[in-house]
Write a protein that binds this ligand. Structure first.
Ligand SMILES: [Fe+2]
Ligand SMILES: [Fe+2]
Ligand SMILES: [Fe+2]
Length: 408
């Protein structure tokens, strides 16, 4: 498999940002719009940081993942948040992003993206030139998106007025002038308003900006998958490290099945990202311990569709998307989302199904305690040929029985 690393990482960022922008089943395209404005303003004021600003805009609110509602609801409501999770989101975001090689500068911009020119921002309370210029550009691009979502400031003229009122408060005078010039571009303004033209413009900007540079000789994609898997698991308090364990079990089972190197890697990464579609499902629903209505259950099932769609937007992840999006299929054809059966289900997905169920059973849940490894294996065996592939189970069981499980 000839994997294009810089293209994959760049597409992965766009995909994750899109997943983070699903609110109650609706794609907001929020960070895509922020990136367009960020790139536009950066082109005029700070061209040397255009790339970091564009990708920084995409990931700037990644630290808001643990908020009960989508971050946009908080931003539309109040200028200065009091919620500790909201106040911490620039710190958390910087921490997440800095774990990926080469992204320290971007992480610094994210850390500063809620600072105000007059020192009244958060979390550091920095002012004027102490705030990196690039962070202020991300911040103003973000603010433009927020104004465009707000009834009172939706028109071009009202938006310009609203921005002007932030002069020397949230932003420097020079930055306000530049942003007003950008907003004054009728064509750009119209194109960012409507979803279809916004998506087109985003891809055009993305192509123009170019791929993010990454150091050679480092497993950048593997690291990024791990970082994003932690992000997925943080969304749900009971699934900390779930994806990492599932991936570890998948890897061992794939090795026991004598699969080729590329297949093993695909299954390992699919294991890390199998629940990425959950980013698009509301936490209220994910945290509901039991008693889901059938409509709610349908919404939760939607995560598999999102997973396939999100990962499928990455050129070199098509196979991974196919595997990860099929992990809830059952061997007897009674699973979802497509009702595939037996060998019609990708092998990687049949492996994840076993690993996922094993980890769920051996982890505590709010409504039940973890069961022992041997009880979990017995349960898997009971469902051989119905839920699980007997051939996969045959190789998986000796592995799982001998594991030292660290799930809590
Ligand atoms: Fe933010
Ligand atoms: Fe799942
Ligand atoms: Fe899972």
């Amino acid at each position: 498999m000839e994997l294009n690393i810089t293209r994959t990482i760049s597409e992965l960022f766009s995909a994750v940002s899109l997943a983070l922008d699903i609110d109650e089943g609706v794609k907001l395209y929020r960070t895509w719009r922020v990136s367009i404005f960020g790139a536009e303003i950066a082109g005029r004021m700070l061209p040397e940081e255009r790339k970091n600003i564009f990708y920084g805009c995409l990931l700037h609110d990644i630290g808001a993942i643990s908020l009960p509602e989508h971050v946009i609801h908080y931003l539309l409501k109040e200028e200065m948040p009091e919620d500790p999770a909201m106040l911490a989101h620039p710190l958390i975001g910087a921490e997440i992003v800095s774990q990926i090689p080469n992204l320290e500068t971007m992480a610094k911009f994210i850390l500063n993206h809620h600072e105000w020119h007059n020192g009244k921002g958060y979390p550091l309370g920095r002012q004027k030139d102490a705030i990196p210029k690039a962070a202020q550009i991300i911040s103003i691009a973000d603010q433009i998106d927020i104004f465009m979502r707000n009834e009172a400031t939706r028109s071009q003229a009202d938006l310009i007025k609203a921005l002007d009122a932030r002069r020397n408060r949230q932003f420097s005078s020079g930055l306000i002038d530049c942003a007003i010039e950008v907003i004054g571009n009728d064509r750009l303004f119209e194109e960012t308003r409507e979803q279809n033209s916004l998506v087109k413009l985003f891809h055009k900007t993305e192509a123009d900006i170019g791929e993010i540079s990454m150091p050679a000789g480092v497993d950048v994609i593997g690291t990024a998958c791990e970082v994003f898997s932690q992000l997925i698991d943080t969304k749900h308090p009971y699934t900390i490290n779930h994806s990492n364990r599932v991936s570890r079990y998948c890897l061992l089972i794939a090795l026991a099945l004598n699969l080729y190197h590329d297949e093993v890697t695909n299954i390992k990464w699919a294991g890390l990202l199998h629940d990425i579609g959950k980013l698009g499902i509301s936490r209220k629903l994910l945290d509901k311990p039991a008693g889901l209505t059938s409509e709610e259950y349908e919404q939760i099932k939607q995560h598999s569709v999102y997973t396939k769609e999100i990962l499928g937007s990455i050129t070199d992840f098509r196979e991974i998307a196919w595997i990860a999006g099929s992990e809830h299929e059952r061997y007897d054809g009674k699973g979802y989302p497509q009702g595939l059966a037996a060998e019609g289900i990708p092998l990687g997905a049949r492996i994840i199904a076993v690993a996922d169920a094993f980890d769920a059973m051996t982890s505590d849940r709010p409504y039940r305690k973890a069961i022992s490894v041997s009880d979990a294996c017995e349960e898997l065996e009971k469902n051989s040929g119905t839920q699980f592939d007997p051939a996969v189970l045959k190789e998986a069981l000796p592995i799982l029985r001998n594991l030292i499980v660290t799930a809590g």
